[in-house]
Every structure is written in C-alpha cells, then in structure tokens.
Design a protein around this ligand. Structure first.
Ligand SMILES: Nc1ncnc2c1ncn2[C@@H]1O[C@H](COP(=O)(O)OP(=O)(O)O)[C@@H](O)[C@H]1O
Ligand SMILES: [Mg+2]
Length: 362
C-alpha cells in the first residue's frame, strides 16, 4: 500500500489542449478518494498520468516515497479498472484473472491462490470457467476488479467503472467496492462524472472543472460550504437555484435586488459592499408558505406551477418568478398541479452569495 501525491501537475496535449493545470492532490495510504467533474474536465487524464500511461507536462507524481515521473507503468505497481472492463473475450474468467500474473512469471501455485482469494472476495468462484460473454454486466465488472486485485497493487485506479451498469446494479456495486476497500485497506482513487455517486461513496471528494481543482472536501462540506458557484451548482440534485442581481444597502440592511426580487440578505451577509452578484438557494430551502413555516423567511412571493415532478415522498416543482426559473423540493401533495398558485418564500438563513467571477462571498 502507498500514498499518492500529485504536485503542481499539468498536462497539455499536443501543445494546445490544457487538460489539467496545477493539480495538487494528497491521497493518504489506504484512503479512498473520489475525483468528480463533468465529462472532459480531465479525470481520465489525471488517472492515466498516475498509472504512467500518459506523460506529464509539468509537476511531480509520487507513489509512496518514490518520484515516479519517469517510471514505466509496469514498475509503478498500480492497477487501473476501466469503464469498458477491457476483458479478453476469448479467455475464461480464470485466464483473464491470471493473465497479468502469468506475464510477470508469478509462480503457478501463487497464481491459483490469488485467484481463489480474489474470486471469493468478489463472489465469482462459480464463474471461473465461463467466457466474459456468458456473464452479466455486474459479473464482468467484478472480473475486471478481480484482475486488479490479484496483482496486489499499491494503488487502485477506477475510471468510471460502474457507468455501463443499470441503476440498481450500480448502487449494489458501489457498496461492494466500498466493502472491498474496507477489506483490502488499499489506496484507491475513483473517478466518476456522477455527483450522486461521488457523494455516496467518498469522504474525500476532489471536484474538477476544466482541468482545475475547484474544491477538495467531504460530501457535507461540499454541500453546505461550496467554495464557488461551480461547486454549488454541480453538487446536489436538483441543483441550487441561481438568481442574477446586485446587493445594495438600504435602511441599515443588505438587500439582494433585481427587477423581480428584493430579498433581505442581512442574515448571511455581514461585511459586504454594493456589487453585482448571484444569489443561490437550494431547492429544499424554498418554502411553500401554506405548508411549511420557518423562523426567518423572506416576504411572500406568488407564482404558478409549470411542472410537477413527483419523486415518491417528495416532488420537484418548477415555476417562474420574473424572468427566473426556480425549482423547489417539497413534500408531494395533491395541491401541486399544473398552473396551481404557489405562495413561496426563501429561508433567509440558507442563502448563498457569489461575486461576478463565481467566487463565494457568503
Ligand atoms: N489523447 C488526447 N489528445 C488530445 N486531447 C485529449 C486527449 N485525451 C484527452 N484529451 C482532451 O483533454 C481533456 C480532458 O479529457 P479527459 O481526461 O478524457 O476528461 P474526462 O475523463 O474528465 O472526461 C478533454 O478536453 C479531451 O478532449
Ligand atoms: Mg474519462
């Protein structure tokens, strides 16, 4: 097992495409870290640089105490699991599992022991003789993970390994991978574009956008204390509502204002200057005043519902106020129908403010 350290790592493809810039990540020995961000933000590039499959343009990568910048992939003792499984179709499960070890000329008895050990952990003992095409998606994914496990790597790298599975299987495999991590106590770096997956799996999440780290925090911290508008909008479903406007001072208080809204933001904003800004409010912090009550809420506003999305116990309601489209998360009820009147207010203690560059002010 080993820690992994990325120090000012940068990747530019073909002298033009900047895929990663100033990447600084510390992964402790035995830690499970998630990299999350939209497609194209540089997640695969970062994993491939750690694995040694991609040269780095600048910076340093350490695995354990070794600087591995110039080390061949095979000498890094890192195993990568890919989205598309990459199993050999003509080989049995057993041969797929043993392939890497046979190439490394590991002793036959040792290979058998490791395969039995891995197959048992993953519950694939009864499939060892089958070919990949005779397995379900989840079973294939387990074999792909098994192939990584038998190598006993210092570091596991997972590149969106669950994306090809159906929703139920994905949820199951998530907990299996976490259980595996607990069992092996191995260092794991897990990449996903799915913020829900990231939030449920990791306690250290690295949020990336356009090759730049936006924030490294726990799920709760990311949700409660996003550092900027990107993180605020990326983490959480449905996402945070954003309203463009400005803050102004009036009657010893601070107000957020635009053509439609006039919200007292004094509960969250202390020292601030009049400026253009974006107000953020999460869907669950918009209150239907006929149903819920809260201590500190804004003045009542009125709208009519455009869309109602029932989720079971809850519903997402879509409506417009002025030019702004809003989504609120409410308890499902018959009163929420198309065009029904809604009287709503904002929870004044749950407001966020961002400057015109997207940085969080409050
Ligand atoms: N081999 C390559 N040559 C040139 N550009 C690449 C190459 N691989 C990836 N890119 C670019 O680098 C950026 C990051 O890609 P990638 O790391 O695959 O993102 P992600 O895995 O987050 O979807 C993208 O803009 C992508 O088009
Ligand atoms: Mg990718």
């Amino acid at each position: 097992m080993a820690k992994v350290k990325l120090e000012n790592v940068k990747k530019i493809y073909n002298n033009t495409v900047v895929a990663a810039r100033d990447i600084n990540i510390d992964v402790e020995d035995g830690e499970f870290v998630i990299l999350v961000g939209p497609s194209g933000c540089g997640k695969t590039t970062i994993l491939r640089m750690i694995a040694g499959l991609e040269e780095i343009t600048e910076g340093n990568i350490y695995i354990g105490d070794r600087l591995v910048n110039d080390l061949m992939p095979k000498d890094r003792n890192v195993a990568m699991v890919f989205q598309n499984y990459a199993l050999y179709p003509h080989m049995s499960v057993k041969d797929n599992l043993s392939f890497g070890l046979r190439i490394k000329k590991v002793d036959k008895k040792e290979i058998d022991e490791r395969i039995n050990w891995a197959a048992k952990i993953l519950g694939i003992e009864q499939y060892l003789k089958r070919k990949p095409k005779e397995l379900s998606g989840g079973q294939r994914q387990r074999v792909a993970v098994g192939r990584a496990i038998v190598r006993k790597p210092d570091v596991f790298l997972f590149d969106e390994p669950l994306s090809n599975l159906d929703a139920k299987m994905r949820v199951e495999m998530r907990s299996e991978l976490l259980a595996l991590h607990n069992k092996l106590k191995a260092t794991m770096i897990y990449v996903t574009h799915d913020q829900v997956e990231a939030m449920t799996m990791g306690d250290k999440i690295v949020v990336l956008s356009a090759g730049v780290i936006q924030q490294i925090s726990s799920p709760l911290e990311l949700y409660r204390n996003p550092r900027n508008k990107f993180v605020a909008g990326f983490i959480g479903t449905p996402p945070m509502n954003f309203i463009e406007g400005e803050v102004i001072r009036e009657n010893e208080k601070w107000y957020f204002k635009n053509e439609s809204f006039n919200i007292d933001v004094s509960s969250v904003a202390k020292e601030i200057k009049p400026m253009k800004c974006t107000l953020g409010i999460r869907p669950e912090d918009i209150i239907d005043v006929e149903v819920e009550s809260q201590e500190k809420i804004s003045e009542e506003m009125k709208s009519r519902l455009d869309i109602v999305e029932p989720l079971g116990n809850d519903a997402i309601i879509h409506f417009k106020y002025g030019d702004t489209e809003l989504k609120a998360l409410v308890e499902l009820s018959d009163k929420y129908t198309y065009n029904a009147e809604l009287k709503f207010a904002f929870d004044l203690e749950k407001l966020y403010l961002f400057d015109d560059k997207g940085n969080r002010i409050y």
